[in-house]
Design a protein around this ligand. Structure first.
Ligand SMILES: Nc1ncnc2c1ncn2[C@@H]1O[C@H](COP(=O)(O)OP(=O)(O)OP(=O)(O)O)[C@@H](O)[C@H]1O
Ligand SMILES: [Mg+2]
Length: 605
């Protein structure tokens, strides 16, 4: 139900109830007044009869009853009462038993006035409105009575029978009028309610039409809202409308030009083919590609198959070696075709997308280069730190040596007394420290050189399973020493990788040794190899040792980083370097207290 209908129904019902109550009240009042008037008239008649009856004197020794019956005055009053009062049904003087002594209808004299005693009209006057109304519409006869006494004795009564028909007719007329009034009130109230609803709901209509206009895209829609209460609402609406306008007014390109420019600038090559295989659209990247590869059989087959099967196909790699600027360039693309359907599911054609893998590898190599630079920075910091320590120690010892030599010179020249003999031993010690530091420096530099300029890579197909069992043989005595169980899970049919076997062996051995050193109270060393779906081969070196604290994880591959008393901190950085030289990756996962897993990932040969 709409707000308007509700409002009309509400107002109409209210008016209906009020008019109905008023009408009922009016009818009840009318019924009471009519009854009172009837009773009054009846009493007047009864009193007239009574006055006359009082004057009737029976002849001496005669019967009052007979005298009353035969009295012409009484009779004429009784008869005229019936004749001239339209709602009087009978008028009689009855004895105490209700038998008519004198009756307006002469024939009825000597008979009971009525079989059942009629109700007294005086009682009805004191009854409630509902009872009165019910009595009026019940067709019953009521009586107005006037008691008569003969001396002190009750003699009988004057009875005027009153019919309700007249009152009934009067009330019917009044009811009809009330009905008409109710109907009129209903019509008027409905009309008023409609007008009222229109007037009260106007702000809502204004807001609704404003929203519709905003929805249609009109700018700066303002509302003409009446009254104080709606002023705030109006200003909020206008603020929203202004904001929307500001957003819309920004020069936005249309959807199609937007799409076109996106296509134009797309790095991927895109083309649309109709159901018959004609080219409908190509972006610049695709134009260049079609010039280059237009006759490539794989490309043509892909489009034909997609058109025939009406489904998406690919990806299919295509590669073309071309000679440009004296250097060999290879351009590799990944082709994919997508079936295009409209909203009703009808096949419209095929979209061909070609992704330039050369571009991707260019991005990748740039990323690798920056990663390498960052690693180099860290490496140089490590080297500087390692070189600084021996140099500091050497400077201090050289200074001490210099002082002692000067003191010896002074003794020699007689400027100082003879020195204690221990001084010669002291100088020897300084020299020893200096030579030790020089050796350490040399070690640092040798380690660095080994790291920075590893022997030239001699790549060849390597079966990792064999390499792992070789490492196990080497590491077995160390494992025995710490009571470590070795578990190997390498399938014999593992794909080969292109690698330098010596270097790779060293990397896996370094990891295995670190693992053993982390399990000095025993544990399990697990070496596992597997081929993955992405054409990679993985080697896991896993231990159940002490683990690596999270704060060390970022440093373990740094050159010279070690937590071991006799460690050099070169092992893992060599591993990292070797894996890098093989285009591989290293992953490490460690939980302090429960173990560490190093994973080397290499591309398949
Ligand atoms: N499996 C492992 N479990 C726990 N910590 C390890 C493990 N592998 C390496 N680490 C931590 O990484 C550090 C660096 O290891 P790295 O092999 O580079 O040097 P190192 O073992 O200390 O010395 P070395 O040059 O003799 O190998 C170690 O000192 C150790 O703290
Ligand atoms: Mg090590």
């Amino acid at each position: 139900m709409s707000i308007k209908a509700k409002q009309v129904a509400g107002v109409t019902t209210l008016v209906l109830v009020i008019v109905a109550i008023l009408s009922a009240y009016h009818l009840a009042t009318l019924a009471r007044l009519s009854l009172e008037e009837t009773a009054l008239r009846g009493e007047m008649l009864a009193r007239a009869v009574f006055q006359r009856a009082r004057e009737v004197q029976p002849p001496p020794g005669g019967d009052l009853r007979i005298a009353l019956r035969d009295d012409g005055g009484v009779r004429s009053i009784l008869e005229s009462t019936i004749a001239y009062s339209s709602n009087v049904t009978y008028a009689a003087i009855a004895d105490v038993n209700g038998v008519a002594i004198a009756h307006g209808f002469h024939d009825l004299e000597g008979q009971r006035i009525s079989e059942q005693e009629p109700e007294n009209l005086a009682d009805l006057l004191t009854a409630g409105a509902v009872q009165q109304l019910r009595a009026v519409f019940s067709d019953r006869t009521f009586e107005v009575r006037q008691q008569m006494l003969a001396g002190e004795e009750p003699f009988g009564s004057i009875r005027i029978g009153v019919s309700m028909i007249l009152i009934q007719n009067e009330l019917r007329d009044a009811t009809r009028t009330a009905g008409g009034t109710i109907l009129g009130a209903l019509i008027i109230s409905s009309l008023v309610a409609v007008v009222l609803a229109q007037w009260m709901l106007r702000p809502i209509h204004v807001i609704q039409s404003g929203l519709t206009r905003l929805g249609r895209g009109e700018l700066d829609v303002s509302l003409d809202l009446p009254g104080e209460e709606f002023r705030d609402l109006g200003s909020s609406f206008e603020a929203v409308s202004a904001q929307l306008s500001a957003v819309r007014e920004k020069p936005l390109p249309s959807a199609s030009t937007d799409l076109e420019s996106v296509m134009e600038n797309l790095e991927d090559a895109v083309a649309l083919f109709s159901t018959t295989g004609e080219v409908i659209f190509t972006n610049p990247a695709m134009k260049a590609l079609l010039e280059e590869h237009g006759d490539h059989p794989a490309m043509r087959t892909l489009i034909d198959q997609a058109l025939a099967g009406r489904k998406s196909l690919g990806p299919v790699p295509i590669r073309r070696e071309s000679v440009g600027n004296g250097a060999n360039e290879s351009a590799e693309h990944l082709l994919q075709s997508h079936a295009i359907e409209d909203s009703a599911g009808r096949f419209l054609g095929v979209m061909l997308v070609a992704r330039n893998l050369g571009y991707l590898s260019h991005v990748q190599s740039t990323l690798n280069y920056s990663r390498k630079l960052a690693a180099l920075g860290r490496l140089m910091a490590g080297v500087a730190h390692e070189v600084k320590n021996p140099l500091n120690a050497m400077t201090i010892h050289l200074e001490l040596l210099k002082q002692k030599l000067e003191a010896q010179q002074a003794v020699h020249e007689g400027r100082l007394p003879k020195p204690v003999p221990a001084q010669g031993v002291d100088m020897h010690k300084h020299l020893h420290v200096i030579s030790q530091e020089i050796r350490r420096l040399d070690e640092v530099m040798m380690g660095f050189l080994k790291f920075a300029r590893p022997d030239e890579l001699k790549l060849q197909p390597v079966q990792l399973t064999d390499l792992v069992s070789d490492v196990v043989t080497t590491v077995a005595p160390e494992a025995d020493r710490y009571n470590i169980a070795i578990k190997v899970e390498c399938p014999p049919s593992l794909p080969e990788i292109n690698a330098d076997p010596g270097m790779l062996r060293q990397a896996v051995l370094n990891l295995a040794l670190n693992a053993c050193q982390a399990m000095q109270n025993g544990g399990t060393l697990k070496l596992a190899c597997r081929a993955t779906s992405r054409k990679l081969v993985e080697v896991d070196v896993e231990d159940t040792g002490v683990g690596i604290p999270p704060e060390h994880l970022s440093k373990i591959f740094d050159l010279y980083f070690t937590t071991k008393e006799k460690g050099s901190g070169i092992g893992l950085s060599m591993v990292y370097r070797i894996v890098q030289l093989h285009d591989g990756e290293v992953e490490v996962q460690s939980t302090p207290g429960s173990g560490t897993r190093f994973r080397l990932i290499f591309p398949q040969a």
